[in-house]
Design a protein around this ligand. Sequence first.
Ligand SMILES: NC(=O)c1ccc[n+]([C@@H]2O[C@H](COP(=O)([O-])OP(=O)(O)OC[C@H]3O[C@@H](n4cnc5c(N)ncnc54)[C@H](OP(=O)(O)O)[C@@H]3O)[C@@H](O)[C@H]2O)c1
Length: 366
Amino acid sequence: MTQLHAPAVPADFEGVGYTKSRDGFPLEAVKVPVPKPGPDQVLIHVVCSSLNPLEYKLAQLNFFGRSPPVVLGFDMAGVVVAVGEGVTRFSVGDAVAAMADSNGDGGWATGGQGGYALARECFTASKPGSLSFSDAAALPLCFIAAYLGLQPNISKGDTVYIPGGGGGVGHLAVQMAARTLGAGLVVSSAGGPQSLALARASGAHQVFDYKQEDVAAEIDRLTDGRGVDLVFDATYSEKGFVETAAMVREGGTWVVLGVGPGKTTRTGETESPVDAILAERGARQVNANMLRYFSQPELMDAAAQAFFGQAMQAAMAWALDGRVTPHIGKRIDSGPAEINAELAAMAAGHGPVGKVVVNVDRERAA
Ligand SMILES: NC(=O)c1ccc[n+]([C@@H]2O[C@H](COP(=O)([O-])OP(=O)(O)OC[C@H]3O[C@@H](n4cnc5c(N)ncnc54)[C@H](OP(=O)(O)O)[C@@H]3O)[C@@H](O)[C@H]2O)c1
């Protein structure tokens, strides 16, 4: 466990988040009290964070029905500055990586002095000393999502298709499948030269340009017409869902990250042919949705907590031994202007490949 000097905790700080309960984007600077850890929670002085699409979606739709202001920045790497009752694995001064509850507050802050946010003990892991705060902060949400989608569903030797291997979740999923979870063949796709390069560098054996090539025909060719054993689709593309569901072999598995076909806008449901496509081939559909564990707290039982704890520990251990390497496409300072610009680019599909890291405590992040 790496021990660091824990900074004194102020009464409040200027966070970055949304202040309206609808259309809360662009984010604003907002003064908020530093929260106190409840049972099984740690309070983290945030050194680095990273951006996720969840943050602009929450600002736009506030779909957990929170009362603003809501500070964002769920991915965190930093130093424990207080622990709640019942916390056994962490103490003040520990260097950690963590994910804040998605229906809680995150740790983005203005001023470069660090932010403050709570994390449950099960979503917190010790940060190895040789792993940088930025690498550690690029992992939690995307790594857990990829782990939730793949680890329970993959079998040794499986042929796997992971569309979007240049994405935040996608590149980590490709690395996991190819380097750790025992896939036999990992096929991926991406929509431009840099994404294609990241998917290849992440260990995909075959990568296709989904904007230029007929990926379904290539999968057909690679599998002698059988289809793949497993698809893990983390693209939130309704058009893509229809295509990737049809790539699963008879009796195979289609794992979708998030709310699933017909619901991705969260503003209304649309008809989706995905269920029928999967039923026709006797394939199983699995919804891997981390957010459900926060909207339905009864799901966060002991087994779920143990699973997420295992995922966070794997994130740190595998990053340490090189089995996963988060790709950091850009680093920014933690101000509303910088964060808004990058979230807007991400929402428009023009962001850098991989992850954008936010330096929240400028001195310690350096
Ligand atoms: N509910 C949950 O549990 C949960 C957890 C984590 C993430 N998510 C959601 O999952 C999605 C992905 O997150 P992320 O962080 O990976 O976002 P990201 O970094 O923006 O990646 C999205 C990727 O999807 C790819 N893509 C889009 N359409 C595609 C298609 N038709 N075929 C192949 N690839 C396609 C893009 O490829 P190119 O850029 O190369 O075109 C991009 O790499 C987001 O919507 C996020 O909100 C949900």
